[in-house]
Every structure is written in structure tokens, then in C-alpha cells.
Design a protein around this ligand. Structure first.
Ligand SMILES: Nc1ncnc2c1ncn2[C@@H]1O[C@H](COP(=O)(O)OP(=O)(O)OP(=O)(O)O)[C@@H](O)[C@H]1O
Ligand SMILES: [Mg+2]
Length: 113
């Protein structure tokens, strides 16, 4: 099992969700976050003054999925969230030791599918 954490632009959530519907994915958690990458935010000029915004609103989409489902989910995220401009986001992948569906007490992959 893997945890996919994708930091994406908020406007990409709806297209991503639609794209994921065509695959088998077990569920997702969406969290409103703020952050910055290597550009450290954005700066804008206004009336000759420079204003810097360090943290930009993003969404974190978290999906815990069976190993065999991971590649297609990653492809769907990259395909729907790539514009080629800075700030498109990032995906972090990590191992998950176990999952439990509380209703049925199923564990592991069975708790996901
Ligand atoms: N190393 C990191 N650790 C944790 N969160 C990160 C990291 N890099 C990026 N993020 C999160 O992802 C969001 C989008 O990052 P962003 O796409 O700007 O990354 P980047 O490395 O600056 O790439 P790019 O040059 O394409 O902008 C950030 O606002 C932040 O929330
Ligand atoms: Mg950036």
C-alpha cells in the first residue's frame, strides 16, 4: 500500500476527480493547505511598491491505494495537473503499513477495495 500526497492547484481538483473516476481508486482526502516551492511565493508590483506573498493556497489530495493501482493514479494526477508553469505542484509517495475499514474490520488491501 502506498500513500500518494499530491499538492495541486485548487482549480485542478474537479478535472482530477473526473479523471480518477475512470480508474479504480479507493477514496481520497482533500485538505486545504498553503505553501511554497522553490520560487518562495510570488511578488507583485503595485504603485511602484513590491508586495510579496510567501504562501499560496493549494489543495493536498491524499489517496492510499494498493500497489498495483498506484501507477495509473500518478499518471492521472500528472496528466490533469500539468500546465508547464511554475507552481503546478508536487507528488510525494510513501509506504503505508496497514489500513483498516472500521465497519467490517477488513485489513490491508481488502480495506481499500
Ligand atoms: N519540498 C517540498 N516539501 C513540501 N511541500 C512542497 C515541497 N515542494 C513543494 N511543496 C508544496 O507544493 C506546492 C507547489 O510547489 P511547486 O509546484 O511550486 O514546486 P517547485 O519545486 O517550486 O516547482 P516549480 O519550479 O515547477 O514551481 C507548494 O506550494 C508547497 O505547498
Ligand atoms: Mg514553484
Amino acid at each position: 500500500m502506498k500513500r500518494i500526497e499530491a499538492i495541486i492547484r485548487p482549480e485542478n481538483l474537479a478535472p482530477l476527480r473526473q479523471q480518477l473516476e475512470t480508474l479504480s481508486y479507493p477514496g481520497m482526502t482533500v485538505i486545504q493547505v498553503e505553501g511554497h516551492g522553490r520560487q518562495k511565493g510570488v511578488s507583485r508590483q503595485w504603485r511602484g511598491m513590491e508586495y510579496r506573498t510567501y504562501f499560496l493556497p493549494k489543495l493536498k489530495v491524499e489517496i492510499v491505494a494498493p500497489d498495483k493501482a498506484v501507477r495509473k493514479i500518478l499518471d492521472a494526477i500528472v496528466d490533469t495537473c500539468h500546465s508547464g508553469s511554475v507552481g503546478d505542484g508536487k507528488i510525494f509517495l510513501s509506504d503505508v503499513r496497514d489500513a483498516i475499514r472500521i465497519r467490517t474490520r477488513e485489513k490491508g488491501d481488502k480495506a481499500l477495495l
